[in-house]
Ligand binder design. Structure first.
Ligand code: FAD
Length: 394
């Protein structure tokens, strides 16, 4: 019987969200990978259709994250790389700045946040008192604020489109509608089974790769479990006998409401972070067309459901009216939702995990897990980190 020919690649990147695209772009620029076969496998019909198009599109300054965490260091580095990229490739963006506001009695929390930001290397924050706030943002109600001039907004779709075009120009292949269904480690790499489903036909397709980079976002833990030969049950089981090399993943849904009234703000407005839910609080974001939107809230969930419950408008109105008292609740309209992936290590939600799985016997497997916010801001710095990990592996 004739054996089916299996295509061979040097590098497979699973996931065509902003992180997978940034990794492809970064590797395509590196002369060490010139002439190598690189493919991005994406199960959706196009790039960036999951978390990368369901977020606030904010370029974060790096204020909130634990000192020396990957989130802190990659956010600071990534934000500058992203501003440079946007300038160089004419991606719509604006460094509009943001105000983090404290209500009466919350001033010490604001000070603690400022200290954290300084420890992270964010040295451009300015304290704003009530009188100045009233002049800058007359519709805002707060006792004081921190102004972050290096926070901005970006058109994430244009950014991703540009990353992909730049990578494709240097030979990277983008294979959409291609879902990775199983991974078999081999002596010299990995055998992947995929299903290509373009809506008209479903074709199994197998391929081999020397290097595998897991940028599968919400699906990353499942993909890592495939490569490790673990069942999903083992991944979530915390009993010592069955403890997995992989962390536990929690999902946190964030919904947004559009505001159809007029936008009184010229900056992004953030309340103090919602520490209980490991979220930034329901903030006011402005997109590049000047439209105002509120969100995301934070709701732990166990499956992916992007519908927005219109009944949440009451809670949104109550939260936002603390800093925007003249908000008209009838002008809040359900918009979209995104889902954050949060890793839990020893009971606490944790940092990004970006590692070469050499210790698990898979030296050419790069795993990116728990890439929640600020993953968009950090994407180009994450890509540089993956490149550095690969330099040790190849
Ligand atoms: C509500 C919310 C607000 C946020 N706001 C911000 C913000 O303002 N600023 C910021 O910096 N960050 C923000 N983030 C974080 C940011 O959006 C993410 O960190 C980033 O988009 C993650 O990109 P990704 O490429 O890792 O994941 P994704 O965009 O989800 O891409 C992963 C891709 O992998 C594909 N995939 C999964 N499994 C498979 C498989 N088996 N085979 C093939 N393909 C597969 C998926 O289809 C998907 O397209 C926010 C996140 C959320 C949820």
């Amino acid at each position: 019987m004739a054996r089916t020919k299996i295509d061979k690649f040097d590098i497979v990147i699973v996931g065509g969200g902003v992180v997978g695209l940034a990794v492809a772009y970064q590797l395509s620029k590196n002369p060490a990978y010139a002439g190598r076969n690189v493919v991005i496998l994406e199960r959706e019909k196009g790039f960036g259709m999951q978390t990368s198009s369901r977020n606030s599109e904010v370029i974060h300054a790096g204020i909130y994250y634990a000192t020396e965490s990957l989130k802190a260091t990659l956010c600071l580095k990534g934000r500058e790389l992203l501003y440079d990229y946007c300038r160089r490739f004419e991606i719509p963006h604006a460094r509009i700045g943001k105000l983090i506001v404290a209500q009466s009695g919350q001033e010490s929390e604001l000070e603690a946040l400022e200290s954290k930001a300084i420890a992270n290397g964010v040295n451009d924050l300015r304290s704003i008192d009530r009188a100045l706030l009233t002049r800058i943002e007359p519709a805002l109600e707060a006792s004081s604020a921190l102004f972050s001039p290096s926070t901005g907004i970006v058109d994430s779709h244009s950014f991703m489109q540009s990353l992909l075009a730049n990578a494709e120009r240097r030979g990277v292949i983008f294979s959409h509608s291609t879902c990775v269904e199983s991974i078999m480690p081999e002596d010299q790499g990995f055998l992947l089974s995929t299903l290509i489903d373009d809506g008209r036909s479903r074709q199994p397709y197998a391929l081999r790769t020397k290097i595998l980079i897991n940028c599968a976002g919400l699906g990353a833990l499942q993909l890592a479990a495939m490569a490790f030969g673990e069942s999903e049950l083992a991944v979530c089981d915390s009993s010592p006998q069955q403890r997995s090399a992989l962390p536990e993943q929690l999902l946190s849904k964030g919904s947004y409401f559009d505001y159809t009234g007029s936008n009184p703000f010229t900056h992004l407005i953030y309340p103090l972070p919602d520490r209980e839910n490991d979220a930034l609080g329901i903030h006011a974001t402005i997109d590049l067309s000047g439209a105002l939107r509120f969100g995301p809230d934070a709701e732990w969930c166990d499956h992916i459901d992007y519908s927005v419950d219109p009944a949440k408008a009451v809670f949104f109105a109550r939260s936002v009216q603390q800093y925007f008292p003249t908000l008209d609740p009838t002008k809040l309209k359900p918009s979209y939702a995104g889902i954050r992936t949060k890793l839990r290590v020893e009971g606490a939600t944790s940092d990004f995990v970006i590692r070469n799985e050499e210790a698990a016997g898979l030296p050419c497997f790069i795993n990116l897990l728990g890439i929640d916010s600020p993953g968009l801001t950090s994407s180009l710095a994450i890509a540089e980190r993956v490149e550095a990990l690969l330099a040790g592996a190849t």
